[in-house]
Design a protein around this ligand. Structure first.
Ligand SMILES: C[S@@+](CC[C@H](N)C(=O)[O-])C[C@H]1O[C@@H](n2cnc3c(N)ncnc32)[C@H](O)[C@@H]1O
Length: 241
């Protein structure tokens, strides 16, 4: 990106109607809060998976003035973890839940990332404009009919909105795929967390939207847990078609 950090702040403010706060750049993830709950070890593993997949794909670009969007940000865990690893990046997290957004803002303040982290209440990427270098998401992905069968520590732990992926568990992925084509810069990266058995279907959704899909990243048990894709440039897309 050619813009310096303040230029990007200005662009985000103009495009998204957000305001900046001041704060130091140091990040300490141990001071992290969840809305109404403590984070489970399973959540920590999943967040680690998406974060690691995104950081590995960024490589040395993590030092650039990246623009990052986190769709369905919840407590802001994924966005704030990425901002703590990408010292010049700016990010915006969205969520339908006002409570989650308030929590994410508190976490950004506690982590001294408020200067680079913005949050807004909206439907996935609906309120966002401009092109992002990285779009991440851990959407709700449980089939609605499966929610009642989840273990109580999951079912009672998370709000329904954080779990309910619609009739086939893919509602969030469809919305995010639609947004990604509009939001990603050419060559930009999207990384999503996956539910069990969803890798192939989500890869098909991404491909149909013109995204170049990479191999899914497994978690420690070998299950595909994160999927990464890039928005191809027009030239590359023509060569491949
Ligand atoms: C599985 S949780 C993930 C939260 C966080 N990204 C994380 O990894 O811990 C899914 C989040 O998506 C939010 N969500 C559900 N539907 C949404 C929608 N239509 N637009 C934006 N956010 C939504 C929920 O409120 C919840 O915070």
């Amino acid at each position: 990106m050619s813009q310096g950090p303040m230029g990007v702040v200005g662009a985000l403010k103009r495009g998204l109607g957000v305001v900046t706060n001041s704060g130091s750049k140091a990040a300490r993830m141990e001071h992290f809060h969840q809305p109404e709950r403590e984070e489970s070890p399973v959540d920590q593993l999943r967040e680690l998976q998406a974060r690691e997949a995104a950081l590995a794909a960024l490589g040395s670009r993590r030092q650039h003035a990246l623009r990052i969007a986190d769709l369905g940000t919840g407590s802001g865990a994924l966005l704030l973890a990425l901002l703590s690893e990408c010292p010049r990046a700016l990010g915006i997290g969205t969520d339908l839940s006002q409570e989650a957004i308030a929590c994410a803002r508190r976490n950004a303040c506690a982590l001294q990332l408020r200067e680079r982290a913005f949050f807004t209440v909206c439907n996935y990427g609906a309120a966002l404009k401009g092109s992002f270098d990285l779009v991440v998401s851990n959407p709700p992905y449980v089939r609605r009919s499966d929610i009642a069968t989840l273990q109580p520590e999951v079912r009672l732990f998370d709000p329904a909105r954080a779990l309910d992926g619609g009739d086939d568990g893919l509602h969030g992925y469809r919305a995010i795929t639609t947004d990604a084509g509009r939001l990603l810069a050419p060559g930009g990266l999207i990384v999503v967390e996956l539910g069990a058995g969803q890798a192939n279907t989500v890869a098909t959704l991404f491909s149909a939207a013109g995204l170049a899909v990479e191999s899914p990243c497994p978690d420690l048990s070998g299950m595909p847990r994160a999927l990464l894709a890039r928005l191809m440039t027009r030239l590359l897309a023509r060569l491949r078609s």
